[in-house]
Design a protein around this ligand. Structure first.
Ligand code: HEC
Length: 158
């Protein structure tokens, strides 16, 4: 027969092994699954849903209902203005880090390109509060393929 002390030992061992197995079963945090890597709440389903509605309301007219942008978006018109670029992986939205994207939407493109830069990308800080701006970005980011999300997470850290 085992003494009480020995039973306690056995129970302790079993609990330890169980904890080890449980730890092992937890998914490794990765660049795609760990929201610590991005200020943009693209893993938050509520933010993404809100952002989708806001996107359709404020952005889709220019950037396209499916984020496809306007035709010939790399060519300036005769007045020197660029058409709206796509927000999907074919564009360069994902080349801007979290902070830059937030600034572009809140304060307009001139905030990063300079006041004399001619652009139709205006500031949306009057229509949307900060949470709403992060939500729009969450929606956009949530549509990107994992590879692009991962690349974006990586350089938003730098
Ligand atoms: C009136 C048309 C228009 C609307 C509405 C609009 N944009 Fe833009 N946006 C543009 C244009 C045009 C550019 C490219 C600007 C340039 O380089 O002159 C741009 C550029 C951007 C960029 C930089 C992309 C890049 O590739 O560098 C981001 C980010 C962006 N817009 C986000 C948004 C979001 C989010 C909304 C909605 C809240 C929005 N835009 C609404 C016209 C628009």
């Amino acid at each position: 027969m085992l003494t009480t002390k020995q039973w306690l030992g056995v129970a302790f061992l079993v609990a330890g092994v169980g904890y080890g197995i449980w730890l092992n079963m937890q998914p490794e945090p990765t660049l795609e699954t760990d929201s610590r890597w991005s200020t943009i709440p693209y893993l938050d389903a509520n933010a993404v849903a809100d952002g989708k509605a806001l996107y359709q309301r404020y952005c889709a007219a220019c950037h396209g209902a499916s984020l496809e942008g306007q035709p010939n978006w790399r060519e300036r018109d005769s007045a020197g203005y660029l058409p709206a670029p796509p927000h999907d992986q074919s564009g360069h939205t994902w080349h801007h880090d979290d902070k830059q994207l937030f600034t572009i939407v809140k304060e307009g493109l001139q905030a990063i390109a300079g006041a004399d830069y001619r652009t139709n990308m205006r500031a949306f800080g009057q229509q949307m509060n900060d949470d709403q701006i992060w939500s729009v970005l969450a929606y956009i980011k949530s549509t990107w393929p994992q590879k692009i999300i991962e690349a974006h997470n990586r350089f938003s850290q730098e």
